[in-house]
Design a protein around this ligand. Structure first.
Ligand SMILES: C[S@@+](CC[C@H](N)C(=O)[O-])C[C@H]1O[C@@H](n2cnc3c(N)ncnc32)[C@H](O)[C@@H]1O
Length: 891
């Protein structure tokens, strides 16, 4: 952009290129206002052209009149549009204007004035045939005229481009039109401030600057077409007429296109054609196309008889729909199939759409510390925009937006509220805890529902908050501390074993671990990661946990005897099926949840039929309740006896155990293979395996041992322990023993303490206490690099006997909360006679510092073991004096 524009002066009139070459461009201030003085100053060429045009017009008019007089042509109809050409003989008022400009340009052939009175009323494109003085005009042209004609044509083409604008501006006077063009050309020169001079080089009037390149190009193309078709016609027409014609033509084309497109769409909608078999078009499809196809197939399926292709089955359409839905919403086929089985098509679409959107952020008032109104006021003062969640809850608040992070407000830190999804309030409401009851929250971490229970109990009675995940237990403790809950005992046990620890609860909440298919909006990975095995594993575990929950409940409780089962999954396998199973296996019946909204649970699902009372259970969906997908069932235990024989019960237990273990093993097997490969690759170097064995895992003794342990670990995957007691591990007596122990010792220790069902370690597990030697802890901590054992007694766990329940299931655990147990470091009594002697002197290991094997991915555990073994082997080769230390390190 070179020159600075000056608006103060009027630019000098002249041919375009020449004008641009002269000094800085200037623009008049009122760009679109007429410039009467300047308008009259036409250049020589302009004048010549104008004269020519006038001549043409006169000739045309004369011929026209002649023809009309002979009766060859119909009387032209009056034009409706406002831009009647000056050729329109009816525009008498405008004639003088033409004449005014004609003052300077002598008319070579004066128009026959007498004709004006009898002139036809305007013209339309229908009668433009009468503007055809083709050859007669061309013949008299000299060569020089032809050149000028070329110029004129180019000029007129450019003017054509302005046709639309001209339509509004022109008043029927050609000269005015020209002037108008000229004026707009002046305005258009702003764009010419760029180096785009060449583009307009052929235009005397610099009007091409008005048009963008694309438009100009397209018009040029059209001009070419027109030249081909109507060359002769166009020669006879005024630019404005040509523009009009082109415009109409373009409009007709567009209308035609729109019609075609519509027909095409209607065609598509009417008869959707399934892709031909083997046609792999999915990869090329855009999301919009996939979406369209989803709509089309849905339409076909909605009225299959009407819209189907004769030779295609419903299954084919459903298959295609499933594939498209998977593609569009990024689900795996397994989960999409499950959802399609579960929901009618229209509802499915709504469900999928709703699952793409995050649910509203909700919080629960902790009524132990504040009232909802006060909390709302305090948060509003902090710039939180919130409202009560709904009439169905007195403690829920929905947060629309917040200027502060809700997990860090002083109110949050003071424990005035808990951030919880709306759906997680439902199971606790269904449980309806009472004050002074004994309630078990079997799978409690991170303590959202547990803390809700405690607050309804007003910190009376006892809440047993259990979870098998050691890491998540910490969250329970932290939340309970923050929320001021003092009636809770937190434990880390396998829920399926809880009947061996304690029974006789008034109420039990089982918020079971599940596939999480209802919380896709929170965790989109669920869409792609869940498989049949995951669902199987979940429902087997859920069944087992539910039977245990029922067994832990006291049917004779004066206030309760209720069990609430909930999941954040929408799959019937994890919900109705599990309840139906429990109805058959225990003396329980379904009772209303007390929740006055929600969809009834399924009583049938595909070929399966459930107990009719399953309609008392409630389902919640994102698209219907704007909550996470959720399921709630409330059971009443009416007898403490078990309706099935002991053998049957054992058989059931065994079956469930096997199913869970099998699932876990399947999963572990894959990992195990990885480990094997890893081991092999590590050993590949020094061993230099050749031939067929090269690069393949070699099943040495150690590797097989590893595999065995791996399987063991996978079996005890769900088992975790709390209150692990630090025990000093006896030092190895002979270095010679190292060889046997090197691969086994650390793992044996782990296994023995982890195994949930073997006789010796069973006691350790059921009482929830595990011995971990100080040296072990140190070595593990070294490996883990994270947690160093604290040598302070304050952090050590409680004496095992304090909390040790008997295994007959009648004894209650002591009511000491985890806080208590942590602050009472006591030596472990019955674990190991060897360790026992040294226990009193042993420095305590804080519970939080004990390395967690069961919580780690198996792959990592094996890596650790592998590393320790390697280090041990290395050290073994060094001085014998260090042998004891090495052994210790390895273990
Ligand atoms: C859905 S979450 C519980 C959420 C919790 N009720 C709340 O409201 O914050 C399921 C929990 O079950 C735990 N869990 C899984 N298997 C278990 C088992 N066998 N025994 C006890 N808890 C288990 C998981 O660690 C997880 O914390």
């Amino acid at each position: 952009m070179g020159r600075k524009a000056e608006y103060s002066e009027k630019p000098k009139k002249g041919p375009g290129r020449k004008a641009r070459k002269q000094g800085p461009p200037v623009f008049r201030k009122q760009s679109f206002a007429p410039m009467e003085e300047e308008d009259k100053k036409l250049s020589h060429r302009q004048k010549q052209r104008f004269v020519k045009r006038e001549q043409k017009k006169v000739v045309q008019k004369a011929k026209l009149q002649e023809k009309r007089a002979k009766g060859k042509l119909p009387q032209p109809a009056k034009r409706k549009t406002a831009y009647n050409s000056d050729s329109d003989p009816e525009d008498n008022e405008e004639e003088p204007q033409v004449a005014s400009s004609d003052e300077e340009v002598p008319q070579l052939v004066p128009a026959p004035k007498g004709q004006k009175a009898t002139a036809p009323k305007g013209f339309t494109d229908d009668n433009d045939a009468w503007l055809k003085p083709k050859k007669q005009q061309k013949q008299p042209e000299t060569e020089s005229e032809e050149e000028e004609e070329e110029d004129e044509e180019s000029e007129e083409d450019s003017e054509d481009e302005l046709g639309e604008e001209c339509e509004e501006e022109e008043e029927g006077d050609d000269e005015e039109g020209l002037e108008s063009d000229d004026d707009t050309a002046q305005v258009g020169k702003l764009a010419d401030l760029s180096d785009d001079d060449d583009a307009n080089s052929d235009d005397d009037f610099d009007i091409s600057g008005e048009e963008d390149g694309a438009q100009a190009d397209s018009d040029e193309e059209e001009d070419e077409d027109d030249d081909d078709d109507d060359d002769d016609d166009d020669d006879d027409k005024l630019p404005i007429e040509r523009a009009n014609k082109k415009l109409k033509k373009r409009e007709a084309e567009e209308a035609q296109l729109a019609d075609d497109e519509m027909l095409e769409t209607v065609d598509k909608q009417d008869v959707f054609q399934l892709p031909v078999e083997g046609e792999e078009t999915e990869k090329d499809l855009t999301l919009q196309e996939v979406q369209q196809r989803i709509k089309d197939v849905s339409l076909v399926l909605s009225d299959f008889k009407r819209y189907r292709q004769a030779d295609r089955s419903r299954g084919e359409y459903i298959d295609l729909l499933r594939r498209d839905l998977c593609l569009y919403y990024s689900y795996n086929e397994f989960l999409m199939e499950k959802l399609m089985d579960m929901l009618p098509l229209t509802e499915l679409m709504e469900y999928l759409e709703a699952s793409e959107i995050a649910r509203p952020l909700t919080i629960r008032t902790n009524t132990l510390k504040t009232r909802r109104r006060d909390l709302a006021g305090a948060l509003i003062n902090r710039g939180v925009n919130l409202d009560p969640l709904g009439k169905w809850t007195k403690v829920g608040l929905v947060v629309f937006n917040s200027q502060v992070p809700l997990g860090a407000t002083p109110e949050y830190l003071a424990g005035h509220y808990m951030i919880q999804g709306a759906s997680s309030l439902l199971p606790v409401m269904a449980l309806a805890p009472q004050e002074n009851e004994r309630i078990l929250d079997m799978c409690s971490a991170p303590g959202g529902k547990g803390s809700h229970i405690a607050s309804i109990m007003k910190n009376t009675g006892v809440l047993f908050a259990n979870d098998s995940n050691r890491d998540r237990i910490k969250a329970i403790v932290a939340n309970f501390h923050r929320l001021g809950i003092v009636n809770a005992v937190v434990s880390c046990e396998d829920g399926t074993k809880f009947r061996n620890i304690m029974t006789g609860f008034d109420r039990v909440l089982l918020d079971a671990p599940c596939t999480g298919t209802g919380v896709v909006s929170k965790d989109p990975s669920v869409k792609t990661t869940k498989s049949e095995v995951d669902v199987q594993r979940c429902y087997n575990l859920q069944r087992k946990l539910l039977l245990t929950a029922i067994d832990c409940t006291d049917a004779k409780s004066s206030t309760g005897g209720y069990i609430v089962y909930s999941t954040c999954s929408v799959l019937p396998e994890e919900n109705e099926w599990v309840i139906d199973y429990a109805l058959k296996k225990r003396n329980v019946k379904l009772v209303p949840t007390g929740l006055d909204f929600g969809v009834e649970g399924f009583t049938k699902f595909r070929q399966h039929r459930f107990h009719p009372s399953l309609n008392l259970t409630k389902r919640y969906y994102p698209h219907t309740h704007n909550m996470d997908g959720f399921y709630v069932a409330k059971l009443k235990k009416f007898s403490n006896t078990i309706p099935i024989t002991k053998e049957q019960q054992e058989e059931d237990e065994k079956q469930l155990d096997e199913a869970i273990e099998a699932d876990a093993t399947t999963e572990a097997a894959a990992e195990s293979e990885e480990v094997e490969e890893e081991v092999a690759s590590k050993e590949k170097g020094p061993r230099k395996l050749l031939g067929k064995r090269a690069g393949k895992p070699s099943f040495t003794e150690i590797e097989q041992e590893l595999k065995k342990k791996k399987r063991e670990e996978s079996k005890t995957k769900y088992v975790a322990k709390v209150f692990e007691q630090p025990v000093k591990k006896p030092k190895p007596e002979k270095p010679a023993e190292k060889k046997n122990e090197k691969s086994q010792a650390p793992d044996k220790q782990t296994n023995s303490s982890e195994s949930p069902s073997k006789s010796a370690p069973k006691q350790k597990q059921t009482n929830g206490k595990t011995t971990v030697s100080n040296s072990d802890a140190k070595s593990f901590n070294k490996k883990n690099k994270g947690s160093q054992p604290k040598e302070n007694g304050a952090g050590s766990p409680a004496k095992p006997d304090d909390n040790k329940p008997t295994t007959n299931g009648t004894n209650s655990p002591s009511k000491s909360a985890i806080k208590e147990t942590k602050t009472k470091p006591q030596p472990k009594g019955k674990q190991s006679p060897k360790g026992n002697a040294k226990l009193a002197k042993a420095p305590r290991v804080d519970i939080d510092d004990v390395p967690i094997l069961e919580g780690k991915p198996i792959k990592k555990q094996n890596k650790l073991k592998q590393k320790s073994k390697q280090i041990g082997q290395l050290k073994k080769s060094t001085a014998g004096a260090n042998a004891g230390k090495k052994q210790k390190f390895k273990k």
